[in-house]
Design a protein around this ligand. Structure first.
Ligand code: GH3
Ligand code: MG
Ligand code: MG
Length: 162
């Protein structure tokens, strides 16, 4: 499938960008609000350095699995790049977007793979934002990315809404 990321089976960047365009169109025509969650795995380079790239790939797969197993059918989650994921969340309020981001953040932090019988866990930092009338796909993605970086600066493993 040309629209799926090979490693994680989530939507790929191309699919996400198309779906962002569709969501902007739906907002313009019908006023349907939407928001995005920008999620980046914390200290992922260390996972690769300590355990190797193959284990890093397995971690990407289980984080993707946690995200997709807990997503609503009308939302779309995908791999934006390396260890970055985006969720397009339809018809959502700020309150619910933050709750969803918090829920995914804590679920990822609680899940693990076993490495020599020991649990290997990672956390994610999240940026969450609702689309505004003056947004384009690129301003929206940039703001969500900036908010994700605010979560990093605040100590990682948290959600920043803006
Ligand atoms: P931060 O908490 O600030 O996000 O630190 P970080 O180490 O996660 O961030 P950084 O951007 O320094 O490193 C990201 C790492 O992700 C580096 C790169 O090797 C790794 N990576 C990107 N794509 C893949 C992939 O497909 N497989 C594996 N195993 N690693 C990947
Ligand atoms: Mg990154
Ligand atoms: Mg990272």
């Amino acid at each position: 499938m040309a629209m799926l990321d090979r490693l994680t089976n989530l939507a790929n960047r191309h699919y996400l960008e198309r779906e962002l365009d569709v969501s902007f169109e739906a907002k313009k025509r019908y006023g349907t609000p939407f928001g995005i969650l920008f999620m980046d795995i914390d200290n992922f380079k260390r996972v690769n350095d300590v355990y190797g790239h193959e284990v890093g790939d397995r971690v990407l797969q289980f984080v993707a699995g946690t995200i997709s197993a807990n997503s609503r059918p009308f939302d779309l989650y995908g791999r934006w790049g390396g260890e970055e994921f985006i969720g397009i969340v339809r018809n959502v309020t700020e309150y619910d977007l933050r709750r969803l981001g918090e829920r995914l953040r804590s679920l990822v932090g609680e899940s693990y793979i076993l490495m020599e019988e020991k649990p290997l866990r990672v956390t994610i930092s999240v940026g969450a934002t609702i689309v505004t009338d003056s947004d384009s796909a690129s301003t929206l993605a940039r703001r969500a990315d900036d908010l994700m970086y605010q979560s990093k600066a605040a100590g990682k493993n948290c959600v920043t809404l803006g």
